[in-house]
Design a protein around this ligand. Structure first.
Ligand SMILES: [Zn+2]
Length: 327
């Protein structure tokens, strides 16, 4: 029987790796509602710099937090109050669809003057305002000369932000996951995992949280242990990503290890004629690990390696050891 050389085996592995088109998935985390809870917000500012913050235009600690975040080089957004459908206490200068475009411009300009280091705006509340096309057109027109982007918090599915930004130079990105609608550690952890799953599926995801003690606690635990195929980015790093509208709803089933490993079954199918979906590193290692553990071809290689340099031996009876690296 003809033995394969080590060099040939390395070549096969490299081909497998290239075929899987490994890349990191991007996750942006924005903590908004900044300006009222100095102590909690200071904890957020100890998190990795890619964790961005959105500050109310005129809250008691807005200026202090803006200066601190700016000095750190952290990305800042303005957390602009917009009218909700439900009855809730409103911030001063909450934007309403009933306002004239002149009044909306005055409020937007004032907010930008208060938080001059902001590079973008996201909405606080705003289900009524963001679902008003004319109201959002006034917002986008007011933002346009300032070269800022709009991160839609997606407090309503029927938002008009994208449509309203047409004809202006305002780029719009959308929140995918709220981390802490339920302020409970387990639920926040679950939402964080959803954000990771969405990032893997779509290439990126945007999660919004608030400076609640539970959110801070969970992020402090989870951020240092991000999976190796997830990279934290700032919201502005996602402005040129293709828009996808997967949001608060159900996440479509993620490609499972079994499903993906079909494409790599057997060495004869290493080169895929169909364009394959990118597979993120962790998933890839699992796939390769499983393939390696189960593929009869690789089992054969293993046997050859076990007996490298030895006299030909009887067929191995041991099951193939799992070669999956821990991810
Ligand atoms: Zn808010």
């Amino acid at each position: 029987m003809k033995l394969i050389t080590k060099r040939q085996l390395v070549g096969i592995c490299a081909t497998l790796l290239l075929a899987f088109n490994v890349q990191a998935a991007k996750l942006a985390i924005l903590i908004d509602d900044f300006g009222y809870r100095l102590q909690n917000e200071n904890q957020v500012l100890k998190m990795p710099l890619a964790v961005s913050v959105a500050i109310f235009p005129a809250a008691p600690d807005s200026h202090t937090m803006m200066m601190k975040a700016h000095q750190q080089g952290r990305e800042i957004l303005i957390h602009l109050p917009m009218e909700p459908i439900s009855k809730q206490p409103l911030e001063k200068n909450t934007l309403m669809p009933s306002m004239s475009s002149g009044e909306i411009k005055r409020i937007v300009d004032q907010a930008i003057a208060n938080i001059p280091y902001a590079v973008g705006i996201n909405n606080h509340q705003g289900s009524k305002m963001t679902s008003s096309l004319s109201g959002m057109q006034s917002v986008m027109q007011a933002m346009s000369p300032h070269n800022m982007f709009f991160l839609d918090s997606m407090t309503i599915g029927n938002t008009k932000s994208v449509q309203a930004a047409q004809g202006t130079n305002v780029k719009v990105i959308k929140r995918n996951v709220f981390l802490d609608d339920v302020q409970n550690d387990a639920e926040i952890r679950h939402q964080f995992e959803r954000a990771i799953a969405l990032a893997r599926r779509n290439g990126y995801a945007i999660a919004i949280g608030h400076p609640h003690p539970a959110t801070i606690r969970v992020l402090q635990q989870m951020l240092p242990n991000l999976p190796s195929d997830i990279v934290l980015v700032r919201p502005s790093d996602l402005l040129n990503e293709p828009t996808r509208s997967v949001s608060a709803g159900k996440i479509p089933p993620l490609p499972t290890v079994k499903k993906v490993s079909k494409t790599s079954k057997g060495l004869g199918q290493c080169v895929n004629k169909q364009p394959i979906q990118p597979v993120y590193a962790d998933a890839m290692f699992k796939v390769i690990g499983e393939s390696i553990a189960t593929s009869p071809v690789v089992t054969f290689f293993e046997r050859q390696f076990e007996n490298w340099g030895k006299a030909p031996a009887a067929p191995a009876e041991q099951p193939a050891a799992s070669a999956a690296p821990k991810s």
